[in-house]
Ligand binder design. Structure first.
Ligand SMILES: C[S@@+](CC[C@H](N)C(=O)[O-])C[C@H]1O[C@@H](n2cnc3c(N)ncnc32)[C@H](O)[C@@H]1O
Length: 273
């Protein structure tokens, strides 16, 4: 089956947003409507304070560098947009420091969980269903844009980045994390794939998305791209002060030694419009 993203001609209506349905969008919506990233890390009933606390504890035990990275980036008191908020764990950190926030996600389940968290924590932001490639915001309306683990799942990352530019005020900053092609994790997946191929025929494009929780059970799997540091940097060539670093989840509670960090799973790109 050809799983390459194809532009289908039927428009989908989600809330008040109309966007052109594509195979990658449909797959991402299905994947993360069923399994918003991180909800498998919490046992408490969905939407409760305990549920959000459990997700936060587990996420940041796995990525202990992430809260400080977010805190050091958030424009204090500014208006901040998160693209692909998932269940809203990072959004909560952002909302604790920003003046106001907006969050979008293709999957209504994630947008709803983020909205509930904002309300539970008494923050003024809003979360809604929308597409990174066609955002429902006026030009130059944000002081910062954050997106973690999202833009490698969309059909046209360059369109999403053009949208980021459009909605950012001059001088606004961004922090975007993408999956890293030259990482130990990608190398491990490539070895596993080579071994598995001996028993069953499967394309790399269908195999790689199995790293997303629950995706191996799906017929239509989300699109997953990998970026080198250089290709990630090139995506943001129109921005200023673009910096790239790599990070990796903690392994059994331990961070990678500095000399292995260049082979971490996330390419983190920061810059300014
Ligand atoms: C791997 S999850 C990451 C979620 C969250 N940022 C996190 O780190 O837990 C990817 C998220 O991006 C969303 N997504 C994928 N393509 C998108 C698009 N074009 N526009 C908005 N959200 C998108 C998915 O629905 C999903 O919630």
């Amino acid at each position: 089956m050809n799983r390459r993203p194809m532009e289908n001609a039927f428009p989908t209506v989600v809330g008040s947003i109309h966007f052109m349905e594509t195979e990658a969008r449909a797959a991402a919506t299905k994947q993360w409507s069923e399994n918003p990233a991180g909800i498998n890390l919490a046992a408490a009933p969905e939407g409760t304070s305990e549920f959000y606390e459990q997700m936060t504890r587990s996420r940041y035990a796995l990525q202990p560098w992430l809260p400080d990275l977010i805190r050091s980036w958030v424009p204090r008191g500014g208006r901040v947009l998160e693209i692909g908020c998932g269940a809203g764990t990072d959004h909560s950190v952002i909302a604790s420091l920003a003046g106001d926030t907006a969050a979008i996600d293709l999957a209504s389940h994630g947008a709803q969980l983020t909205q509930t968290r904002l309300e539970l924590e008494g923050r003024p932001g809003t979360a809604q269903v929308a597409d990174a490639e066609d955002m429902p915001f006026p030009d130059q309306s944000f002081d910062g844009v954050y997106s973690f683990g999202v833009l490698h799942h969309t059909d046209h990352p360059e369109r999403a980045i053009a949208e980021m530019w459009r909605v950012m005020r001059p001088g606004a900053t961004f922090l975007v994390a993408l999956y890293h092609k030259h990482s130990m994790f990608a190398a491990q997946k490539a070895v596993e794939y080579a071994v598995r191929l001996r028993w069953r025929s499967q394309t790399w494009r269908d195999y790689l998305p199995e790293l997303e929780y629950g995706a191996d059970a799906l017929e239509q799997r989300p699109l997953v791209r990998l970026y080198s540091r250089q290709s990630a940097r090139s995506l943001f060539s129109q921005f200023h002060d673009v910096r790239v670093r790599t990070e990796h989840p903690a392994l059994s509670g331990y961070l990678l030694p500095d000399w292995l960090r260049p082979f971490g799973w996330y390419v983190v790109v920061t810059g300014r419009r």
